[in-house]
Structure formats: C-alpha cells, structure tokens
Design a binder for this molecule. Structure first.
Ligand SMILES: Nc1nc2c(ncn2[C@@H]2O[C@H](COP(=O)(O)OP(=O)(O)OP(=O)(O)O)[C@@H](O)[C@H]2O)c(=O)[nH]1
Ligand SMILES: [Mg+2]
Length: 317
C-alpha cells in the first residue's frame, strides 16, 4: 500500500509524511498536490493573527479543544517565526500546543518561516491543501502580525481573527498596522487586564465610521484565553462569518481568487527556479557582471542576451 493510499484511509503518520514531502518540494510534490487538490475545499480555514504574545496560541488551543468536544476534527498550523525580532512573546512565555487530546481529533503542525514570507506562503497554502484533502473539518492557522506574513495567510484563510490585547494601544495604531483591513473578527484578549473595555470601544468607534460600507459587520469581542472565557462567543462569530461567506457568495469569489493566485504562484515559482538554474549554468556570468561594473554594458541588454543564449523564449522581452 502506498503512502497516499494510507493517507486516504485516514492514517495520520502518512499525513505527516506527505506534509513533509510537500513542504520540502521533493520530486513529484506537484503530482501529489494535483491528486489532493480536487479533494480539498471542504474545511473551514480560520486564521489567527496579531502582535507577539497576544494569546493567539492560547486561543487556538481553546478553540480547537471546544471544536473537538463538539465532534469536529481540527488541524492546527502554527507558523513559527524563527527571527528573534519578529516572533515570540516574552522569552519562555509562549504557549506551546502540546496538552491536546491524543485521540486524533486535533492534529498540530509547526512551520518555521526562516525569514522568507513568499516561500512561507507557498508552503502554508500547500500544507493547507493537504490537511483539507485529508478531511479535517477545521484548519486553524496561527501567525504573528508582522506585515507580509499575515497578508499571505489571509489569502489562505476564509475567516481571519485578529487578536489584540489591552496594551495594543489606540485603534489608530491598529489601522496603521493594516490589521483593520484583514480582520473579519476582532478579539481583545487578556480581558482580565485593565483597559480591555476601552480598546473594544475604540475599535468599535473606528469601525462605526465604515460600517455602512461593510458587507460583513466586523464584530469586536473580548476573551480571556487563560480562563477559557469568551471562547463560545468567538466560535459563534466564526460560524456567523462562515454563514455570511457562503450565503453572500463571498466564499466562492474568495476561492476563485485563490485558484487564480495559486496558478500564478505555481508558474512564478517554476519560472524563477528555471531562471536560477539557467543563471547558475552560465559560464561567463561573472565576465558579464564585470563588463557592467566597468561601464561596458548594462543589465538590461545582458538579461536579453542571457535569455537568447539560454534558449528560453519570452515575447517582447
Ligand atoms: N492574563 C492573561 N494572560 C494570557 C491570556 N491569554 C494568554 N495569556 C498569556 O500570554 C502569554 C502568551 O500567550 P501565547 O498564547 O503564547 O501568545 P501568542 O500570541 O501565541 O504568542 P506568540 O506566538 O509568541 O506571538 C502566555 O503566558 C499566556 O498564558 C489572557 O487571557 N489573560
Ligand atoms: Mg503563539
């Protein structure tokens, strides 16, 4: 029996092997993804983003346990920024998703960003496809809100929960951080701390200015992940957003956009790889670089010449 047969029988060891295979772009990974893709698209994909230490993992932990206790199967992708500048709550303070049920209802996978947001996006999207095809009801993706990364994740999710804390500062900062644009649901976590009500109010005031232009009325709730408070409310909002997404036709539009983007990404990845390979096998690349450096050429003509030499054809190049 092949790994893929085992995968389709619901074997989680086979699932883990296929994820690694896809993540590492091993030979034949496109064919495997091609077989899995038509079986994907059924899972609800929920993203959790927000500043380091806001309580994303704690919330994902509670939400996945609540879903599992309702009989749902859940996969969690924890996107772990490896850079000390972008990631991590205060050292040693972060929650690891370890104390989970071992009955197979929750599957956890960490992915390191290794500082590359583009590669991360491709790998996360592919891993999401694998998990979706495996048949999980929910896929929860955790990412730190540091710019490019969470924008990529938005594309991979249907519902985005932005997690803030009372210390997050005023809502103007939030707007600046671009989190306003990507949120479907706001939760002010650590509501056991002072200032939570204020930030809920401020967020609502900022949103009120735009509510008449919103097709989906973005809710702002508060949670205390450590005390398991507000999780039901969060689940209710997630489910309302899913209903809205399906009924309004937004989900179909979103999925179509994802497919277009997927095709673009696959082609870009392929063409980039091809160019890298061609450049690596150019024997006189260094001479061309020297010519340009010493003023005897320019990178535009050199690129055109390289294309001709390589046998690649691009029209109008
Ligand atoms: N007081 C309080 N602390 C909380 C709450 N939720 C989480 N924490 C604590 O905040 C710290 C960080 O929580 P995490 O869940 O690791 O936060 P995170 O957003 O996943 O952090 P990174 O992934 O490192 O960005 C932990 O010590 C949690 O116990 C809460 O509702 N109230
Ligand atoms: Mg975390």
């Amino acid at each position: 029996m092949t790994v893929l047969d085992k995968f389709f029988q619901g074997d989680q060891a086979a699932l883990a092997r296929i994820i690694s295979f896809v993540e590492d772009n091993e030979d034949g990974y496109r064919e495997v993804l091609g077989k899995l893709y038509p079986k994907s698209g059924r899972a609800a994909r929920i993203g959790f983003t927000g500043p380091p230490g806001a309580g994303k993992s704690s919330l994902v932990n509670n939400v996945s346990k609540a879903l599992a206790s309702n009989g749902k199967t859940v996969a969690v992708i924890a996107v772990d920024p490896s850079s000390p500048f972008t990631g991590g709550a205060l050292l040693g303070d972060r929650i690891r998703l370890t104390d989970m049920p071992t009955d197979g209802s929750i599957f956890i996978r960490s992915m390191a960003t290794r500082g590359s947001s583009g590669g991360l996006a491709a790998a996360t999207g592919n891993v999401t496809t694998v998990l979706d095809a495996f048949g999980f009801d929910y896929i929860l993706i955790e990412t730190v809100g540091v710019g490019q990364i969470e924008l990529d994740i938005v594309d991979a999710c249907d519902t985005v929960v932005v997690v803030l804390v009372p210390e997050s500062g005023d809502s103007i900062q939030t707007l600046k951080a671009g989190l306003m644009e990507i949120a479907d649901i706001f939760t002010v976590n650590k509501a056991d701390r002072p200032g939570a009500e204020n930030i809920v109010m401020e967020l609502n005031m900022t949103l009120d200015l735009k509510r008449d232009q919103m097709a989906w009325d973005i809710p702002v709730i508060s949670t205390e992940a450590v005390n398991n408070i507000g999780i039901d409310k969060l689940l209710e909002k997630i489910s309302l957003h899913m209903d809205y997404a399906v009924k309004s036709g937004w989900l179909e539009k979103h999925r179509r956009k994802q497919i277009r983007k997927k095709i673009y990404n696959i082609l870009t990845f392929y063409v980039n790889g091809m160019i890298r390979e061609k450049l690596a096998e150019m024997p006189d690349l260094e001479r061309v670089v020297s010519d340009i450096y010493e003023g005897r050429g320019d990178p535009y003509s050199a690129s055109r010449d390289l294309v001709k030499l390589s046998g690649m054809t691009f029209n109008n190049f």
